[in-house]
Write a protein that binds this ligand. Structure first.
Ligand code: GLN
Length: 280
């Protein structure tokens, strides 16, 4: 058995390598969550002993990870845009890939008081990160899942960003503003038959946040089509999509009348977001 921090890490890593590509990191994240410390602590005090409650809690969390449960669900939190977001199984765990969408949005030439809409906000990661960087932007975030709305509101409170409006809406259904300067979304875009859906963390995330019909394009097309009625002249639409969906989505957005349609790559060099401007 293990008694010290370093022993706990060694034991957990030796178990977790069976199911995870990052066993040491997983073990560290779980252990830090239990001892309420930052990473450096493990290396400064490797021989500190765990209490018996901590040993029990650590063993239980490692056991959940061995069953495949995502680390973010075990510790209830995931960092995005260097901000801590509470997560739960009712919606998508924020992905580092999506930070490129936030960065692209922040680089747009928008007014200080720009009106912004985030569709399918989930944890609120995109909307709240934008609000953190641009406190004057008038941001509305919607999600159709009531539990996701509650989670986004909890993150709003935790991050102290009360200016963000969060409402339940199935895409645009309950949106009553027609002059957004920017509409962003990370909608479900994975094809329903994609084999990756039966592997790794996505098994624990809701299908409603991951998959869409028409080979993953159904929601992207629906949003691109409807957004034309909700954008101010000269407003931008910015959508996250799969790495193989850029060409087809650009074609669709051009057909729908968007101008300056362009794709941005994520930090892994994959096509990740496509942007278009509604004509003036
Ligand atoms: N990029 C995510 C994945 O591959 C999917 C996110 C989404 O469907 N919006 O798991």
């Amino acid at each position: 058995m293990y008694q010290t921090l370093v022993e706990a890490l060694e034991w957990a890593s030796s178990q977790l390598h069976k199911i995870s590509d990052t066993p040491k990191l997983d073990a560290e994240v779980i252990l830090l969550h239990i001892i309420h410390q930052q990473r450096g602590y493990l290396y400064t005090w490797p021989d500190e002993r765990l209490t018996s409650d901590q040993v029990t809690a650590f063993g239980e969390m490692v056991a959940r990870r061995l069953l495949g449960t995502p680390i973010a669900h075990i510790v209830g939190e995931r960092e995005f845009w260097s901000l801590p977001f509470m997560v739960n199984p009712t919606t998508l765990i924020p992905r580092p890939d999506t930070e490129i969408l936030v960065e692209t949005a922040l680089n747009l030439p928008l007014a200080d008081s720009a009106r912004v809409l985030d569709l399918g906000t989930g944890t609120g990661a995109i909307a709240l990160s934008l609000a953190y960087e641009k406190p004057e932007w008038q941001i509305t975030a919607v999600d159709k899942i009531i539990e996701a709305v509650a989670l986004a509101k909890a993150n709003r409170a935790h991050l102290k960003l009360p200016q963000v409006e969060i409402v339940q809406s199935d895409w645009f259904d309950s949106v009553a503003c027609y002059d957004f300067n920017l509409i962003v979304s990370n909608p479900p875009y994975i094809d329903e038959t994609d084999e990756h859906l039966s592997q790794g963390d996505v098994r624990f995330e809701p299908q409603s946040a991951l998959t869409a019909g028409e080979e993953g394009f159904a929601d992207l097309y629906h949003i691109a089509s409807c957004a034309r009625d909700y954008l101010a002249p000269g407003g931008y639409l910015l959508l996250e999509h799969g790495y193989q969906q850029a060409i087809q989505l650009r074609k669709k957005m051009i057909e729908l009348g968007y101008e300056n349609v362009a794709t941005v790559r994520d930090f892994g060099s994959n096509d990740r977001c496509t942007l278009g401007r509604w004509p003036r």
